[in-house]
Design a protein around this ligand. Structure first.
Ligand code: NAD
Ligand code: UDP
Length: 339
């Protein structure tokens, strides 16, 4: 396997995946518009891998930039992380999400086709399932997103299924992530959201480091054992390893792979708070407030198919997820912003 282009590779999941790609001996280039990440990530990736990471500051919607990149380099595969991911923002600004996530993907796929690159891994999401009426999502669970963000992910999945049908030589993996958390064990890279975090784990860690006063827990009256929401949290390094497994699987046959990447084991908000307190030694003040609109009580992955076809499974539990998040947050209280 030669060179891989990672769109969105300066972001949270992309940067962790770049490290593992480089460690596996692949040459990696990152293309990112830095709309939700910092250039400083690239230096840290080079420091951690001991390799040069080519960085292309460009937008996936910029056809000319993509054409230039593909004509100057021979990539064997593309891993497409670039996208916007905030559910509430997607509800308020749908066109921004359709443009960035769907139009951007179409431009990328067209330019891949023009450059004869036909191996692709796409970052999909558990949000494609929507509210299917069960809590354990298998890949066969009906797809019915309940927000614009999830809709954009399903649209790109549909586009890729049609591309595969029309171009059987394409090799495509659609990876449906559950709830990525944690950070690289070194504490040098991690999740660094701009502004107020929407997600639980970055919020808890910002409370722990003293940047925020307390966590708001969105509801404790759900029909779950402790009343708070249950999610399938997966360590970002396990998730990154899933991309390597998918790349290997695609190299073996001309397939269209669709798999969940989760642990199969849900944890509650209160369990995550308590695991974080244990890992950090810091008490997390919190207040129970009303439910957040659009939240489901519980869901988690049926993770069997990934094990079967990728020979991949998540290995790291919530204690490790919290310990790694804390190391990153404590050492970098302002994320990459101090650079
Ligand atoms: P992130 O925001 O940290 O990373 C995304 C990166 O893409 C950022 O560096 C951003 O600057 C870049 N980007 C955005 N739009 C771009 C564009 N038009 N052109 C070039 N670069 C662009 O997010 P993440 O958590 O690393 O997520 C990566 C992918 O995984 C996204 O597609 C996201 O939707 C998907 N995903 C994330 C989660 C999650 O909870 N983090 C869950 C499921 C799926
Ligand atoms: N959550 C919370 N307070 C927060 C953020 C999240 O109580 O500040 C809860 C949320 O209601 C859900 C869980 O934590 O039950 C995970 O939320 P997150 O936004 O991280 O992921 P998602 O909703 O996308 O699964």
């Amino acid at each position: 396997m030669g060179k891989v282009l990672v769109t969105g590779g300066a972001g949270y999941i992309g940067s962790h995946t770049v490290i593992q790609l480089a460690h596996a001996g692949l040459e990696v280039a990152v293309l990112d518009n830095l709309s939700n990440s910092s250039r400083g990530v690239i230096a840290r990736l080079e420091e951690l891998t001991g390799k040069t990471i080519q960085f292309i500051h460009a937008d996936v919607r910029d056809r000319d930039a993509l054409r230039a990149v593909f004509s100057e380099n021979a990539y064997e595969a593309v891993i497409h992380f670039a996208g916007l991911k905030a559910v509430s923002e997607s509800q308020n600004e749908p066109l921004k999400y359709f443009d960035n996530n769907v139009s951007g993907s179409i431009v990328l796929f067209e330019e891949m086709m023009n450059a004869d690159i036909s191996k692709l891994i796409f970052s999909s999401s558990a949000t494609v399932y929507g509210d299917p009426g069960c809590v354990c999502y298998a890949e066969t669970t009906p797809l019915k997103p309940i927000n614009v963000y999830g809709q954009t992910k399903l649209m790109v999945e549909d586009i890729l299924r049609d591309i595969k049908w029309a171009n059987p030589q394409w090799q495509i993996a659609l990876l449906r992530y559950f709830n990525p958390v944690g950070a690289h064990e070194s504490g040098r890279i991690g999740e660094s959201p701009f502004g107020t975090p929407n997600n639980l784990m970055p919020f808890i860690s910002q409370v722990a480091v003293g940047k925020r006063e307390k966590l708001m827990v969105y509801g404790n009256d759900y029909p779950t054992p402790d009343g708070t929401g249950l999610r399938d949290y997966i360590h970002v390094d396990d998730l990154a390893a899933g991309h390597l497994a998918a790349l290997n699987a695609l190299s073996k046959d001309n397939s269209l792979i669709t798999v969940n990447l989760g642990t199969g084991k849900p944890n509650s908000v209160l369990e995550m708070i308590s695991a974080f307190e244990k890992a950090s030694g810091v008490t997390i003040p919190y207040e129970i407030i009303g439910r957040r609109s659009g939240d489901l009580p519980e869901y988690y992955a049926d993770a069997h198919l990934a094990k079967k076809i990728l020979n991949w499974e998540a290995k790291l539990g919530i204690d490790r997820m919290c310990a790694d998040t804390w190391r990153w947050q404590k050492n970098n209280p302002n994320g990459y912003c101090d650079q």
